[in-house]
Write a protein that binds this ligand. Structure first.
Ligand SMILES: Nc1nc2c(ncn2[C@@H]2O[C@H](COP(=O)(O)OP(=O)(O)OP(=O)(O)O)[C@@H](O)[C@H]2O)c(=O)[nH]1
Length: 310
């Protein structure tokens, strides 16, 4: 089955995510691709979805919390439903303005979806005026805005008409000094076309990543599938040897002498294990920055009892 492309729309409250989504849906209609949208709102009711979505777009709403924290599980089940029922070719996930992009990426990088989704990238909208005045926000929110920019693969700086040329140059300089890899576009009302985004070739798919190595994504992901059981002790040693810039690992591993896999979660250096009582594919998903995944793959193959030559 062809993988569905996934775009994550990130950006602070009011920065133009829904405006961007509307544009992209119009473009997709012209392309004739089957679209699905997941909209996450912190509130219990969605304000945007009725305005944006018609019957030709499959919609799942995630209300009353943020994908990145309180409703991760709900996201997984909704996404599974979408893939089964709608078989979309492209999925847009509009996050809440309070979402941290890594955490959202993390939420959709469930090992369950590794074979079904092609994560194309994080698109971040920035409100130009807000950026200039960001020092008036709390330190946490200032940090959030910086993180949304830092981890983006494509940045749209909106509300260009509201600021002077000197200010436009200043914002572009500041944004690019935080994230020099992402494409950065100064615009009004999220004016970008899907063609510009698809050209990104930003893909978290392992295959494309090898082809695109020169593009040096900030965040890359890697999925490894075990064929065999592994030793718990050796796995712990492997974890200790990992670079600090692996931010997240999750998936299923099967330890020696167990009948079923263990769900493994790792973030900020903390491993968590949960024994399962049914079988799952032994996929392990990694998210990190500037990582030589080939090296990690060699280490992982070395952990397996009776490894196959890969
Ligand atoms: N003047 C101006 N207004 C804009 C621009 N882009 C978006 N807006 C307006 O800003 C408001 C917020 O835009 P949205 O697209 O809803 O922003 P959002 O990021 O989805 O907002 P949340 O859902 O609250 O996170 C809307 O009234 C838009 O019409 C722009 O470039 N210039």
């Amino acid at each position: 089955m062809k993988k569905a492309e996934v775009y994550i729309l990130s950006g602070f409250l009011g920065s133009g995510k829904t405006t961007l989504l509307k544009r992209l849906i119009e473009d997709e209609r012209r392309l004739g691709r089957k679209i699905a949208v997941m909209m996450n709102e912190l509130g219990k009711v969605s304000i945007d979805s009725d305005a944006v979505i018609n019957d030709d777009v499959a919609l799942k709403e995630l209300l009353g919390g943020c994908i990145c924290c309180s409703i991760q599980d709900k996201l997984e089940s909704q996404l599974q439903g979408l893939l089964l029922e709608e078989k979309p070719e492209v999925i847009y996930i509009e996050t809440t303005g309070a979402a941290h992009p890594i955490e959202v990426l993390d939420a959709i990088l469930s090992p369950l979806f590794a074979e079904h989704l092609l994560i194309k990238g994080i698109l971040t909208t920035v409100d130009g005026l807000r950026w200039l005045n960001r020092k008036t926000l709390s330190p946490q929110l200032q940090q959030l805005i910086l993180e949304q920019v830092r981890h983006a693969d494509f940045i749209l700086i909106n509300k260009m008409n509201e600021i002077t040329e000197v200010e436009q140059a200043r914002i572009t300089f500041e944004v690019q000094s935080i994230n020099s890899e992402a494409r950065c576009l100064l615009t009004n009302y999220s004016q970008v076309s899907i063609d510009q985004l698809r050209k990104l070739s930003v893909s978290f798919d392992k295959q494309s990543e090898r082809l695109e190595q020169k593009k040096k994504l900030n965040l890359t992901t890697f999925v490894f599938q075990f064929d065999n059981t592994i030793s718990h002790t050796k796995f712990e040693e492997f974890l200790k040897s990992l670079p600090d810039t692996i931010y997240r690992i999750k998936g299923y591993v099967k330890f020696d002498h167990s009948n079923y896999p263990t769900l493994f979660q790792f973030s900020y250096g903390m491993p968590i294990y949960m024994q399962e009582y049914m079988n799952f594919p032994l996929n392990l998903v990694f998210i990190g920055e500037n990582i030589d995944w080939n090296q990690i793959e060699i280490q992982l193959v070395g952990l397996e009892n009776n490894p196959k030559i890969k």
